[in-house]
Write a protein that binds this ligand. Structure first.
Ligand SMILES: CC(C)(COP(=O)(O)OP(=O)(O)OC[C@H]1O[C@@H](n2cnc3c(N)ncnc32)[C@H](O)[C@@H]1OP(=O)(O)O)[C@@H](O)C(=O)NCCC(=O)NCCS
Length: 284
């Protein structure tokens, strides 16, 4: 039988965290008093401190911040943004709209970055320290094709023949590499994937926003699942902005299309009920 002190010690140890230490009038995050953090630490540095336990070097924070900027929004055709607006039009407050929208950022819509980071790391491991990156990319892509995964996440785009978000991030990566802040290997792996895709498909399939942010997050040493989480943080900004804008518009119950646009019906043609059902007495 445990005594009272032992029971209290056991209950206190129930939630064990190295992230935050809170006492009446005192808050420390990763050991740093919050009053020292406020006004000195930028939000991307705070994200890094929370996820990684230490403050980033300024060049690392710059890259993380840059990678969080372009993912915020891709317009109401992006389901996460449309869902946010539809939820508000159904009466949900911003928290409900944000939760509904974030909930769909799963493998298919919003998951390409994490999947791309996983493939880059596979290529990194397959090539070894001095191997040919294009050959390793070809081998990894072929292995996934054989498993039925024909599409390389992070490459190609329905709307953008060239994704305008890629070149500026590549430029920042090159600058960071020249300054010795990152190794640059994952940028080379990204190019190797483009070369391998071109060899296989006979056409250029350029990197998209998920492919380039995957390069940044791999260079910065984030785990792939955290890459997904970082994208969700970024997109949450757009989700909130659209929820708020929709709230100001005040229009109620907006479906995915105006009611004047018909959807396609592909069920059975109009028909009469079976006789035994038709014979049932109605309530009127
Ligand atoms: C966005 C996407 C659906 C566009 O595909 P699409 O409309 O077929 O694009 P295209 O018409 O330009 O494709 C031409 C060919 O290249 C192939 N292709 C396109 N993107 C490819 C990719 N990432 N990996 C392998 N093959 C790809 C297509 O399958 C098609 O092959 P086919 O001619 O044998 O049918 C596709 O590129 C994709 O799924 N990309 C990865 C997912 C992703 O990163 N999503 C996030 C976008 S921000």
């Amino acid at each position: 039988m445990k005594n009272t002190e032992e029971l209290v010690a056991e209950a206190s140890a129930w939630w064990d965290t190295s992230i935050i230490d809170v006492h009446p009038g005192k808050i420390a995050i990763r050991g740093y008093p919050v009053e020292q953090l406020i006004g000195r630490v930028r939000f991307p540095e705070m994200i890094w401190l929370m996820l990684r336990g230490e403050l980033p070097a300024p060049a690392q924070a710059d890259l993380l911040e840059a990678a969080l900027v372009p993912g915020v929004d891709h317009g109401p055709h992006a389901p996460s943004i449309a869902i946010s607006r539809m939820a508000v039009s159904c009466g949900l407050p911003v928290n409900g709209a944000m939760a509904s929208a974030v909930n769909v950022l799963d493998d298919i819509h919003g998951g390409a970055g994490q999947q791309c980071m996983e493939r880059y790391r596979e290529i990194d491991a397959a090539a070894g320290a001095s191997g040919d990156l294009v050959a390793a990319a070809e081998a990894v892509l072929a292995r996934h094709r054989a498993a039925g995964e024909k599409i390389m996440p992070g490459f190609g785009h329905r709307f953008h023949p060239v994704d305008p978000r890629v070149a500026p991030l590549y430029a920042l990566l090159r600058k960071a590499e020249a300054a010795g802040a990152i190794g640059g290997r994952f940028g080379r792996i990204g190019h190797a994937v483009e070369a391998a895709l071109e060899k296989h498909k006979g056409r250029h399939i350029p990197m998209n926003i998920d492919g380039i942010t995957a390069v940044v997050f791999c260079e910065l040493g984030f785990e792939p699942e955290l890459g997904r989480g970082l994208f969700v943080l970024s997109r949450s900004v757009g989700i909130l902005a659209h929820a708020w804008e929709q709230k100001q518009r005040g229009r109620r119950i907006m479906g995915p299309m105006p009611p004047s646009i018909p959807y396609r019906y592909s069920g059975p043609p109009r028909r009469d009920l079976p006789p035994e059902v038709a014979a049932r007495v109605t309530n009127d």
